[in-house]
Design a protein around this ligand. Structure first.
Ligand SMILES: Nc1ncnc2c1ncn2[C@@H]1O[C@H](COP(=O)(O)OP(=O)(O)OP(=O)(O)O)[C@@H](O)[C@H]1O
Ligand SMILES: [Mg+2]
Length: 366
């Protein structure tokens, strides 16, 4: 006879992707699985024993959570709340959740009642759809820009060559002032078109400790700003290595940090109001969805500055090519950064308000 090994239900529940909590009849948390820890941003050791209502903290004041939960406890009638807004830490999270009664009636045990709470985050789902849609739009915009760059670049070689011939055919130098202008403008356009075209080669992947490119960027920024901007490290040194193109990672981080430095230095009043600084933060992020793929854990790199923030009129479109808030900007830095991160299977997010702008890179490593 074939005997299957006993099922370890705790481990099973802990590996589920649905967030689950068990609550005692006096509404204290007795257990939560890993997905729930990640969703509520709280560790099991801290959460156990906490009152449920301090966590299931609904913003809808017309809904009496306590009464609803007690009703389920007393009547056994389960209930589901859809699109409930919970305040978790400092953030709002939209979730669907359901509450049901479980009665522990194992033979020999005194019947115990518990509540089972299952929580599904929904803003993630909404966001994923939106992210995919945005990623597609960016892709189209990038192709358009590359197409234009190509068309600009093609005749430039001809114009440059013809201008040189013209300059040489009139040896008295009467037009050299003008031909020099044409040539230098053509060269400027060619550099711009090259940036618009972006890198043509795919990333050459190798195992990279993400702190290596960060340290490189840190020293570049410190020397560029002559140490007038602090660059603070907040690293989780236990992070695993990622498969990445080291030079391209440097470019991504540099494009983001250079923007921060420009935003800070273009607003000199920041220097008198506070110490300008950039924070480089690395963390592990659990249960993260990138373009429809759920990763158990990804590496998260936050590049934060305390500058003026992204101008409100472009905050929604900063990752598009040619979108710039600076007079001398080409608006390509972030678009290129985003393209590189996508080629690494990752994503970039940005949150900005005056005094705090954070660009977060999410990179899969497993
Ligand atoms: N940390 C930041 N703080 C304030 N504004 C920012 C920040 N990062 C980006 N921006 C805004 O987003 C715009 C787009 O940035 P992006 O790097 O794509 O282009 P750019 O810096 O204008 O030009 P380029 O990088 O091609 O030289 C910037 O012009 C700036 O207005
Ligand atoms: Mg830039």
């Amino acid at each position: 006879m074939h005997l299957s090994p006993p099922v370890d239900y705790r481990s099973l529940v802990d590996h589920m992707l649905t967030a689950i909590m068990q609550v005692s009849p006096n509404l204290e948390i007795e257990y939560l699985n890993s997905a729930c820890e990640a969703l509520l941003d709280i560790s099991r050791t801290r959460a156990i024993g906490m009152p449920l209502l301090s966590i299931l903290n609904e913003q809808d004041e017309s809904f009496d959570t306590k009464a609803a939960v007690l009703r389920t406890l007393h009547t056994g009638q389960p209930y589901t709340r859809r699109e409930a807004m919970l305040t978790i830490g400092l953030k709002d999270k939209a979730v669907d959740y359901s509450v049901s009664l479980i009665i522990d009636d194992r033979i020999g045990a005194i019947a115990h009642q518990h509540l089972l709470i299952e929580i599904q985050p929904i803003d993630r789902l909404l966001r994923i759809n939106r992210d995919e849609h945005l990623a597609q739009q960016h892709q189209i915009a990038r192709q358009l820009v590359r197409g234009v760059a190509h068309e600009i670049k093609n005749p430039l070689g001809g114009i440059r060559g013809a201008t040189q011939l013209l300059a040489r055919s009139l040896p008295d130098g009467s037009v050299s002032e003008f031909t020099e202008i044409i040539i230098s403008e053509v060269d400027r356009l060619r550099t711009l078109a090259d940036t618009m075209l972006g890198s043509r080669h795919l990333p050459s992947l190798q195992k990279v400790n993400i702190h290596e490119p960060l340290e490189r960027v840190r020293s570049l920024i410190l020397s560029q700003t002559k140490n007038t901007v602090q660059v603070i490290r907040d690293y989780d040194l236990s992070l695993p290595e990622v498969n990445a193109d080291r030079d391209q990672m440097i470019q991504v981080m540099l494009n983001i940090c250079v923007n921060a430095v420009q935003a800070i230095s273009e607003n000199p009043e920041i220097f008198s109001e506070r110490d300008p600084k950039i924070i480089l933060r690395t963390r592990i992020q659990r249960m993260f969805n990138i373009n429809g793929v759920l990763h158990r854990s990804v590496i998260r790199v936050d590049l934060e500055d305390n500058g003026p923030g992204i101008p409100a009129d472009i905050v929604e479109s900063v990752f598009y090519p040619m979108v710039t808030g600076r007079a001398s900007g080409t608006g390509l830095g972030l678009s290129i950064a985003q393209n590189i991160v996508h080629q690494h299977g990752g994503m970039i997010e940005c949150q900005s308000e005056p005094g705090c702008t954070v660009f977060s890179l999410f990179l899969p490593w497993e």
